[in-house]
Design a protein around this ligand. Sequence first.
Ligand code: AMP
Ligand code: ZN
Length: 475
Amino acid sequence: MLLYNSLSHEKEEFIPHVPGKVSMYTCGPTVYHYAHIGNLRTYMMEDVLDKYLRYLGYDVTRVMNITDVGHLTGDSDEGEDKMLQGAKRERKTVLEIAKFYTDAFFEDCKKLNIRIPERVEPATGCIDDFIRVISSLLEKGYAYEAGGNIYFDTSKLDKYYVFHGFREEDLAVGVRDGVEEDGNKRSQADFVLWFTKSKFDSQELKWESPWGVGYPGWHIECSCISMKHLGEYLDIHCGGIDNAFPHHTNEIAQSEAYLGHPWCKYWMHVLHLNTKSGKMSKSKGEFLTVSLLESKGYDPLEYRFFCLGSHYRKSLVFTWENLENAAIAYRKLKARIDKLQPAPGEEYDEAGAAPHKAAFRAALDNDLNTSLAVTAVYDVLKAPLNATTKLALLRDFDTVLGLNLVAENGKEEPQNAADSVGGTLTREEIEAAIAARLEAKKNKNYAEADRIRASLAEQGITLTDTPSGTTYTVL
Ligand code: AMP
Ligand code: ZN
């Protein structure tokens, strides 16, 4: 498969570190508000990559963080903590906000057929890992303490601006343009690893550290959570294009300084979904969420169909008219598929199916050309194949496209991977067990709480208690 790598600015043959296995990291949401449909475009295109790698037979392990601390309104350490902003806006605690919007995010993912990664880890659950890596960076001379905070020293690197698609001076201007310059930084490109002297005294979540009570910077969380679960060599790191700088640039700087060797091979960045007036926003104009689409009568999968119609490396303009056109096309497509009725005794035509499978693969092998993959769906419908073969092909393609193409045929329901995350348990069942354990703990029935934990562990589900609630990972 050819995959565009933001590091080399070229499409490269995808070759993972370990043959047959892929480690993939996704920057997760900052859970201070609902995700807008732009954020979800990024998660959807990453989902297609994840599913296509599985389709090709790779054993994929995917990890995603939940940013519930440390992400400031300005990506270069300026402004206010977004979580605190959310808490103030809704007069709730940061933990309440984190729990509410984490759940809302997964609900949206479910509606959009976005598979939940194997491991989802909130930043607040990994404070010890951050402290360990920051301590090592200090020991190795890559970090310094100033004004009570710990900073990464970018001057220690031969090459800091790794994504050379950006002009170095533009990036530096971005940093200089920050509303408040941080006088503690030796160079304005340096970034915070750990805050102790917060400029906002009201910061709710703080932890003990060797440098005083404080909280982590945003960038360190993704490096640490990735290394914790996926080891020293990462195959693919994904995110929206705005993450390339400074977030991913800083992740590379600190991970490679810590490890002493190259860290991640392929960087996949999804271009933005914009409105006609420009950048999509959660505060100005219409706040475009999945619920808003639903309230206007759209099926979230019509939005997925809209996104798959264009390449992830092109920015996409959202208008209601564009969505309406995609929705009409999707409904027509589904209606055509619904009409397919296999005749009794009809057999799957393997030879007839082969060129269609090849066309579908060729599309996605070429840097995930989803719009051509959708064309392959139409070509199946037009082809002189029997209904059994057409339906089998459509089910096969849909394991990657996630459009529920054959769902209403009354046959096999395409599986929403988000429903079945571990062994035989569904996400709802795991969440119910977590709630029952919490109730048992509240009633001081620790034996029952332990029994629930052990019973989940037997099914490969590990629970982690964090300040913002219990999370789980699936083996
Ligand atoms: P956040 O919750 O702000 O940390 O962002 C979640 C993800 O959405 C990140 O990967 C961002 O790069 C991505 N993102 C932010 N804005 C957009 C947009 N307008 N279109 C597509 N992706 C976006
Ligand atoms: Zn990240």
